[in-house]
Design a protein around this ligand. Structure first.
Ligand SMILES: C[S@@+](CC[C@H](N)C(=O)[O-])C[C@H]1O[C@@H](n2cnc3c(N)ncnc32)[C@H](O)[C@@H]1O
Length: 176
């Protein structure tokens, strides 16, 4: 089962804890080589326990809802999947400083609103990412869809341009 299929299946399940199913089933973690190539981030507002992505990592377990908390500095965002991703992407676009990793659904309303109309640059990744399971092991299959890194702010656009991750870099808006 690919990441996309598993996430879709997880959406249909319910859970009996105080955290919503969506908060803890979307645990497809960013591969280490992507994070390492992007440099240090100040905050991951939707992280996972034990997976170091930024100096400060909000997780549902440790901080509750990262959407309602204050965001600071350079933000790393691999948001919960599905419709809820839109609100996280809007928040990062408003914040204006950081990089997101999402599936390259370039035709969607969300992509037009939060990426094409608001981002500084994109890097379409060559090949498909294999995400990481909560226990730190790679998933058995790749994500099942193409991924894209999206920079907000000129500094992150330049980091994306010069990172070592294979793909097609495209500046948007003012960044040349
Ligand atoms: C796709 S995973 C990405 C994890 C991590 N940011 C990374 O890049 O590897 C999405 C994460 O968002 C977390 N999450 C979902 N809803 C959340 C919320 N409201 N507040 C904080 N974290 C949330 C999930 O627990 C999950 O770990």
């Amino acid at each position: 089962m690919s990441a996309v299929e598993e996430i879709q299946a997880a959406k249909g399940r319910s859970m009996g804890s105080h955290q919503s199913a969506a908060m803890i089933t979307d645990r497809w973690l960013t591969p280490r080589h992507v994070l390492d190539a992007m440099g240090e981030f100040d905050l991951d507002p939707c992280g996972a326990p034990g997976w170091s992505t930024a100096k400060t990592v909000y997780t549902p377990e440790t901080h509750g809802d990262g959407l309602t908390l204050q965001w600071h500095g350079r933000v790393w965002l691999n948001p919960p999947y599905g419709k809820q991703a839109t609100i996280w992407m809007r928040r990062l676009a408003d914040h204006g400083n950081g990089t997101a990793l999402i599936f390259a659904r370039t035709e969607t309303r969300m992509f037009f609103e939060t990426v094409w109309n608001r981002a500084s640059a994109v890097l379409f990744l060559e090949g498909r990412l294999t995400f990481v399971r909560p226990d730190g092991t790679p998933a058995k299959a790749n994500g099942g869809a193409p991924s894209v890194l999206i920079a907000y702010g000129e500094s992150d656009a330049l980091k994306l341009k010069h990172c070592s991750i294979p793909g097609q870099f495209i500046p948007l808006g003012m960044v040349a």
